[in-house]
Design a protein around this ligand. Structure first.
Ligand code: ADP
Length: 499
């Protein structure tokens, strides 16, 4: 039997396992959703034991469904929700608190204090990040400050910290291996992305004992082997874990974005945009984040990352609040039913605007309404608004990276919308490419594990596995695209500083 690779895809709302063939096809898939815990407004937690059990169960179910034997499995790769923070007792394996999820805003006041102490510069310089409650550092600090006895136990070396990759690897290897991969480490706000090690000064500033931290290691690596004793996984004991990466970085690799300038955009509730910037960490003048993309065979690649806060959620808003449509998919035919937007622009700044505008006080607006405006124009303006925000983000990335965008590769729930992708191509003036394999995140984790075990030879080899499903080329005249973008920027200006 040809070798297979299993990807564990530990996401924010579900744990999944996918068995991939050598040709990058799915042999089996299993998924377990789990509970979101909202103890207070703005707080989000997961139960770390539930994360572990749902992941183990989906692994055993996918393996069983595949009908393979352990000898057919070359390796396991892991990809995960990033930044989510778990602190546990190294002796008992018990978490001392729930996992504090990346979305959780409880440490926003602590971030204000760090800014007031002038840490923005060093954080940016060393970690490539902006000070924000998303990242793990202030979440660890919160646990140390708020769980009775946690700080003393951490200082005595009894407690371990990990992002979800770390937590899974520690458990899967029978509590032996405490590591994290560079891409996940680069989202903690404690990791020096140039030297590829924890930054002592930042740990001191944040009051985080370094003894808690996992060892940072490359993304394609011998992480250890699956320990015996997990129910339903007895046969898989001894299978090596050979790949790990945070979800967005995994998707970048899964999309075959292996060269500088290669970029992907995920059109989900929000958009996550990432550009491979090559072997040097990029500096951003536009408030984008620089991260490690991956380290494979001693070669480190970096990336720029930005996000659009409200993308698919704009379509949900049309459906659930305005009741203009019944399903998200209807927007495509509606948008195509009119020859143009009728002069209507919709800026979905529901929660402010992120990079490159950075206006937390912006609020949404619709402008250009006339007595002839129909719901088709509004649906079209909503989709166009998503594409304009992605274009502005990518323009900023190109300037920061000092390198032109190669084509844009796309995925996510809203990437099924052909109107959206055609319009994106029209205003970006680049080719938009949607892959056949939409499970790009899991694919990336599988690629890392398979590269390390020789299932695939090199990056070129894996880039060839990715096949296009649809390609969209610019059809609109360049001049017209420019005129549209000017109108859009005027609409964004008007949405600004509203609250
Ligand atoms: P997430 O992973 O962020 O939950 P998904 O990748 O599953 O999101 O994408 C879901 C989003 O995509 C929803 O916000 C939905 O409104 C939007 N969406 C789904 N199908 C379409 C479509 N055909 N056209 C436009 N938007 C869509």
């Amino acid at each position: 039997m040809k070798p297979h690779v299993i990807a564990l895809d530990q996401g924010t709302t579900s744990s999944r396992a996918i068995v991939f063939t050598e040709t990058g096809d799915i042999a089996a898939l299993a998924q377990q959703p789990f509970e979101q815990i909202y103890p207070r407004p703005g707080w989000v937690e997961h139960d770390p034991m539930v994360i572990l059990y749902t992941q183990l169960e989906s692994l055993s179910e996918a393996y069983r469904k595949s009908g393979l034997t352990a000898g057919d499995i070359a390796a396991v790769g892991i990809t995960n929700q990033r930044e989510t923070t778990i602190v546990w007792d190294r002796n008992t394996g018990r978490p001392v608190y729930n996992a504090i999820v990346w979305q959780c805003r409880r440490t926003a006041p602590l971030c204000e204090q760090l800014r007031a102490r002038g840490l923005e510069g060093p954080v940016r310089e060393k970690t490539g990040l902006l000070i924000d409650a998303y990242f793990s550092a202030t979440k660890i600090r919160w646990i140390l400050d708020n769980v009775p006895g946690a700080r003393e136990r951490a200082e005595r070396g009894e407690l371990l910290f990990g992002t979800v990759d770390s937590w899974l690897i520690w458990n899967l290897t029978g509590r032996r291996v405490h590591v994290t991969d560079y891409s996940n480490a680069s989202r903690t706000m404690l990791f020096d992305i140039r030297r590829l090690r924890w930054d002592e000064d930042l740990c001191r500033e944040l009051g985080i004992p370094m003894a808690m931290l996992p060892q940072p290691v490359p993304n394609a690596w011998d992480y250890g082997t699956l320990a015996p004793g997990f129910p339903g996984l007895e046969e898989l004991a001894g299978v090596p874990i050979c790949g790990a990466a945070g979800d967005q970085q995994a998707a970048l690799l899964g999309q075959g974005c292996i060269r500088p300038g290669d970029s992907k955009n995920t059109y989900g509730t929000g958009c996550f945009t990432m550009m491979n910037t090559g072997t040097e960490p990029p500096r951003s003048d536009h408030g984008l984040l620089s991260c490690v993309a991956w380290s494979i065979r001693d070669q480190v690649s970096y990336c720029l990352e930005g996000s659009v806060f409200n993308a698919g959620s704009t379509v949900q808003w049309l459906r659930d609040e305005l009741k203009l449509i019944q399903t998200a998919g209807e927007t495509e035919a509606l948008a195509e039913s009119v020859p143009d937007n009728g002069g209507v622009y919709l800026v979905s700044a529901f929660t402010g605007l992120g990079a490159p505008y950075w206006d937390m006080y912006a609020r949404g607006l619709m402008v250009g309404l006339t007595r002839g405006t129909t719901r088709a124009h509004i649906a079209r303006a909503a989709l166009e608004g998503i594409a304009y925000q992605v274009k502005d983000l990518i323009d900023a990335m190109e300037q920061d990276a000092g390198a032109p965008l190669q084509g844009l590769r796309v995925d996510g729930g809203a990437s099924v919308n052909r109107f959206l992708l055609q319009f994106q191509a029209d205003i970006l003036r680049r080719t938009i490419d949607r892959p056949r394999m939409v499970e790009t995140t899991a694919m990336g984790a599988a690629f890392l594990a398979g590269l390390h075990t020789g299932v695939w030879k090199n990056l070129e080899d894996i880039a060839r596995i990715r096949l296009s499903d649809a390609v969209f080329v610019p059809r609109m005249e360049a001049e017209q695209a420019e005129a549209c973008c000017r109108r859009w920027h005027e609409a964004v200006r008007r949405a600004g500083a509203w609250e």
